[in-house]
Design a protein around this ligand. Structure first.
Ligand code: COA
Length: 597
């Protein structure tokens, strides 16, 4: 089929469908939902069999849905409708939810249902549920809907599998409805409200006398609560008690909560309101608080960004290192922490180190919000902050490449993009599940050249030179890549599970098996030899200097594209046009993108 993906943003769902639809053999092109006239033009140019709308903020114009079959993906079960579907589900404590594919008609979310797929809700924030459960269910539902399509059909064939209406139309959740009142709301209520609005729009609350929006909330363990008990009993609800990593511990009516990230107002009129580590947004207040650091190896109920544990018997030990950085963004501080953690775990007698990244994202490269914040600081600049951040992430990559006394595996529990993706390639093997989407390129961020030793890491996996052949197709194609395609390209070595839910157990079992494999010592020795040989041909320092030379021009040169793109990205500015590498229908045949497949 010829499918036009009509979408407000090329978000995680649109990216995954782009990957899956191409894998199922369809021709796919993308148009951003910018204006009715633009959509009409796109349909005329693309002549699609089907318009598929994964993420919309406006209605599809009647001029389009009345003449073309348009299917909309709604993150709710049949009958449910409205723009805050998942928000309501989290606030109501729903245990079972679903995704429906329905036909666009004059009434929003009320057209004929083509397919749906249920899923079980998880204790997670809205963004994490969306990127995992909703995306997986949407793929299943779209697949079922396409199976019911016949050329020329304008309505779904009857299906006995569709349930009776489960949901109903629900209005948007208002800010006032879920604003947090520290004196009134108990911990579980606050947590549920924050999760229902995380990543967007965030829940309103007062912190240290300032109005802000809260994200990245975590329960406090009984041990930590015990440690601050005196302060807790004296402090009023809403008071700041302690800090850890990016987070502030906030007193609630009946306990306390870690708040990792906040939007605490724009630095000046016209500047974006950035999502920053709470300890950065409230730096002065945080400096006066006790730091409640925990060791890298800590119990499951103890929250921290980093967590390490070991598995398996002596002689075949596996180190498992998680770095659950909010949104996969890796600030200078976080990179420094990760590098310190690598220094610590390299002293452990393990034969295999698994880099398990975060549950939501493996990593998305340098922290663009943190960098943007430096533009507002008197004694800093976005260019300087970018420079510090890229050097810090390069140091992490260097530490990983230098771990030649054991094998390193990157276990992708979530998606990876830009620098986060190349960090994974610094491992000896990359494992993933079938739901993972990779964005192994930098160009979408204002034509960034990229670093993290990609000019060394990518060619050694896919062959050729960095600016040629497969490397060039991947870097210039700028498309999301699914795990099956990534395996074919050599970017991923093993796909261990169909979905994220079963991946951790599968990756741990595979790691234990690999650590006990008889040939492992030989593999590690061969790895060390290869590294030494590569170093003799061209030192890593030279790769780094060459990459950073290009990055320096991106950060400090006369072309402001990176700074403009970053500003647009953090401000979530609506797109004015669809990039040509996505809008295939707008590219002249001869100039169609050099895509990886
Ligand atoms: N720095 C700061 N925040 C980042 C980030 C980064 N590098 N990458 C993602 N995020 C944030 C987004 O701002 C968004 O936050 P929000 O919920 O407040 O809106 C959240 O993470 C999820 O990102 P989103 O873009 O909605 O996810 P996606 O699945 O649709 O797309 C990517 C994933 C990786 C394609 C996209 O996030 C991206 O392009 N990120 C930037 C990658 C990059 O250029 N890094 C710098 C060069 S190394």
């Amino acid at each position: 089929m010829k499918i036009l993906l009509l979408t407000h943003l090329f978000n995680s769902l649109a990216q995954r469908l782009h990957v899956e639809l191409r894998e199922w053999g369809h021709e796919v092109t993308v148009e951003f939902d910018i204006a009715d006239a633009v959509t009409e033009e796109a349909v005329t140019l693309a002549r699609p069999d089907l318009v598929l709308a994964p993420f919309m903020k406006r209605r599809i114009p009647e001029s389009v849905w009345s003449r073309h079959l348009c299917l909309v993906v709604h993150p709710g079960p049949p009958g449910d409708g409205g723009p805050s579907a998942l928000d309501h589900a989290i606030l109501a404590g729903e245990r079972d939810w679903g995704v429906t594919v329905l036909q666009a008609t004059g009434e929003l979310d009320a057209g004929p249902v083509w397919a749906w797929s249920p899923f079980t809700m998880r204790e997670a924030c809205k963004g994490d549920l969306y990127r995992r459960e909703v995306v997986d269910a949407a793929v299943r539902a779209v697949r079922a809907a396409l199976a019911r399509w016949r050329p020329g059909c304008s309505a779904p064939m009857p299906s006995p599998e569709l349930p009776a209406r489960r949901g109903c139309w629900q209005p948007p959740v208002t800010a006032a409805e879920r604003a947090v009142d520290w004196a009134r709301d108990d911990t579980e209520t606050v947590l549920r409200r924050i999760r229902s609005a995380d990543g967007a729009p965030g829940v309103q609350a007062q912190l240290a006398g300032r109005a802000c929006r809260l994200y990245d909330a975590h329960r406090v363990s009984a041990t930590t609560l015990g440690a601050v008990l005196t302060a807790v009993s004296q402090a009023a609800p809403g008071a700041l008690l302690a800090r850890r990593g990016p987070a502030l511990l906030v007193r609630t009516r009946d306990a306390a909560l870690w708040i990792g990230h906040v939007r605490a107002g724009a630095a000046a009129p016209g500047r974006p309101e950035l999502k920053l580590a709470a300890t950065r947004a409230f730096a002065a207040e945080a400096a006066a608080l006790p730091e409640l650091a925990v060791p890298l190896e800590h119990p499951d109920d103890e929250w921290d960004e980093l967590r390490y544990c070991e598995l398996g018997p002596a002689g075949a030990r596996v180190g498992w290192l998680e770095f659950d950085f909010h949104n996969g963004a890796m600030s200078t501080r976080q990179c420094e922490r990760l590098r310190a953690a690598l220094d610590e775990v390299r002293a452990r007698p393990t034969r295999l180190l698994v880099l398990a990244g975060g549950a939501g994202f493996f990593g998305n490269g340098i922290h663009l919000h943190d960098i943007e914040a430096a533009a507002d600081a008197e004694d800093d600049s976005a260019a300087d902050a970018s420079w510090r951040n890229i050097n810090a992430i390069d140091d992490v990559a260097l530490a990983l490449i230098g771990l030649t006394d054991r094998l390193v595996v990157a276990a992708l529990r979530g998606n990876a993009g830009a620098g986060g993706c190349f960090l994974a390639l610094a491992a000896d093997e990359v494992w993933a599940h079938a739901g993972v989407v990779l964005n192994p390129h930098y160009k979408n961020m204002g034509n960034l050249y990229g670093s993290e030793y990609w000019t060394y890491l990518l060619p050694r996996r896919v062959g050729g030179a960095p600016d040629d052949g497969a490397c060039r197709r991947i870097m210039q194609g700028r498309l999301p890549i699914g795990v099956h395609e990534a395996r074919a390209l050599g970017l991923v070595d093993r796909c261990l599970a169909d979905e994220a839910a079963s991946f951790d157990a599968a990756a741990q079992a595979a790691a234990l098996e690999l650590a006990a494999a008889p040939g492992l010592a030989g593999r590690i020795a061969a790895k060390a030899r290869r590294r030494a040989a590569d170093e003799a041909v061209k030192p890593l320092a030279q790769y780094r200097a060459e990459e950073l030379g290009r990055m320096q021009r991106n950060f400090y040169g006369f072309d402001p594209s990176y700074h403009v793109a970053r500003h647009h990205f953090v401000a979530r500015k609506p797109q004015a046009w669809t990039p040509r590498h996505l809008a295939v229908h707008r590219a002249p045949a001869a100039a169609q993108p050099d895509a990886p497949r």
